[in-house]
Design a protein around this ligand. Structure first.
Ligand SMILES: [Fe+2]
Length: 294
């Protein structure tokens, strides 16, 4: 069977790369140049919805496609006035998607895995008392806040060059859907958080399990400041992709170790609280779906 992904688009039609069979939007064979007649074959067709740069495909019973609402993407700035969205890239992760969830819910790894890029360990070793969880609207949200520090901190200077001498920042992770996680930075200009934040930088992660041990992984950025500056976007995309490459190396090493087996019992530390809560949510959703199918 020739994979159709190797075919080519002819407007709304798709042409198979092998014998040139052409299929229409309904999946039906519309032309067969190498045959005397058009065969009665068709492709499987899946409901698909588009939100900004995201495509949501429903692989289950087509009649059930509307039974679950699409995840809210306004939380990442898609379609919201005053926000800019930049697609950063696609990555093939040779690791299970749950390792990515763990990774994004424990940003204390920034000071280690990403030490060469993000730097300042103080950003990521904040006391847990300053961390907060919210579970609302089907979302799981986690934040650590760092108050009153110098914006000479290279990372924040990079994110938002408008920062004054003092600033505050929140490091946030939000699971909007199992395949959509926002890892973001909210920053305040000044020594406290009594005024409105001056900006949000979201590093958004969208992923689809490919197999038990591999994941299709896309990232896109969104921010609500300096939105007309293409240079800021280009620099942030470049930095994001360098950070993602480091995560991929780490997660693939963990995946290899998991598959080798003979592992000691898992050790959880305080900073794993976010990851544990995210795992719990995934387990609850998987159990709910299994119960519904039963
Ligand atoms: Fe990371």
């Amino acid at each position: 069977m020739m994979p159709m992904e190797l075919g080519k688009h002819l407007g709304d039609l798709i042409e198979c790369a092998y014998h040139g069979l052409v299929f229409d939007r309904n999946g039906a064979c519309a032309a067969a140049p190498t045959s005397r007649s058009v065969p009665g074959c068709s492709l499987t067709r899946y409901p698909l919805a588009e939100t900004g740069p995201l495509l949501w495909i429903w692989m289950g019973d087509p009649d059930m496609a509307d039974s679950v609402p699409l995840p809210r993407t306004d939380f990442v700035g898609i379609g919201v006035p005053g926000w800019r969205v930049d697609v950063a890239g696609y990555f093939h992760l040779k690791a299970r998607y749950t390792l990515l969830v763990d990774n994004l819910f424990d940003l204390s790894h920034l000071s280690y895995i990403h030490a060469s890029i993000v730097g300042d360990p103080k950003n990521n070793t904040l006391p847990l008392e300053e961390a907060a969880f919210v579970e609302d609207d089907g979302r799981t949200f986690f934040q650590r806040v760092r108050d009153d520090f110098s914006s000479q901190d290279d990372y924040h200077r990079f994110l938002d060059p408008r920062m004054g001498e003092r600033m505050c920042a929140g490091f946030q992770t939000e699971m909007i859907a199992p395949g959509l996680i926002r890892a973001g930075d909210v920053h305040w200009c000044g020594p406290d958080r009594r005024t409105a934040p001056v900006g949000y930088s979201n590093f958004n992660h969208a992923f689809t399990p490919e197999s038990e041990h591999s994941t299709h992984y896309w990232t896109f950025l969104s921010r609500n400041y300096d939105t007309s500056n293409d240079m800021t976007s280009a620099r942030q995309v470049e930095q994001n992709n360098a950070v993602v490459a480091q995560d991929i190396d780490a997660l693939e090493a963990i995946e290899t170790a998991l598959q080798q087996g003979n592992l000691p019992p898992e050790i959880s530390m305080k900073q794993d609280l976010g990851g544990m809560r995210a795992r719990l949510r995934l387990i609850q959703m998987i159990n709910r779906e299994a119960a519904a199918q039963a």
